[in-house]
Design a protein around this ligand. Structure first.
Ligand SMILES: [Zn+2]
Length: 161
């Protein structure tokens, strides 16, 4: 259903392979706003990019890459000092756990932390490969198309592998 929704808005190709990764569709460049100069996109077409859909997983998962920055506590705004070890242990794991801030003692679900767009918690991920970090922003039409086939609103983050 999610793949069909992405095909309907031409974000991925109509004749995409059943399991992905999916080649970009004709409107791919309209659904991602590229910041700065992205000359390769115009010059070489859209072959640089591919789209992967993963999930739904039974439980929300935390996804983080090498670019991860320390999450902020929504209550006090501080980041835990030992965050890197903690997040490494959580990465790819079910994220239905709480995190207690060592600074203010408040407890938050992992999904409620401010990951500064360097990690995310979800049951379904749509990964757009070939976009430089913070140089591509998904448009409202893309996010709302995704929202029509899943529960809840969509957001985005950057993951470097
Ligand atoms: Zn705190």
């Amino acid at each position: 259903m999610l793949v069909a929704a992405l095909q309907e808005i031409d974000f991925i190709a109509a004749d995409a392979p059943a399991a992905g990764p999916y080649p970009p569709g004709p409107a791919f460049g309209q659904h991602i706003t590229f910041m700065g100069c992205a000359p390769a996109l115009a010059a070489e077409g859209q072959d640089l990019h591919s789209v992967e859909v993963s999930g739904p997983s039974p439980a929300p998962l935390l996804a983080a890459g090498d670019n991860l920055r320390p999450p902020r506590c929504p209550a006090c705004g501080r980041s835990p000092e030992d965050w890197r070890e903690q997040v490494r242990a959580w990465n790819g794991e079910p994220a239905q756990r709480d995190w207690t801030c060592p600074n203010c003692g408040k407890t938050h679900p992992l999904a409620g932390l401010d990951w500064r767009r360097t990690a995310g918690v979800a049951r379904v991920f749509v990964t757009v490969w070939g976009v430089f970090e913070r140089e591509g922003i998904p448009g409202d039409a893309l996010l709302s198309a995704l929202g029509t086939v899943t529960d809840g609103p969509w957001t985005y983050f950057y993951l470097r592998r």
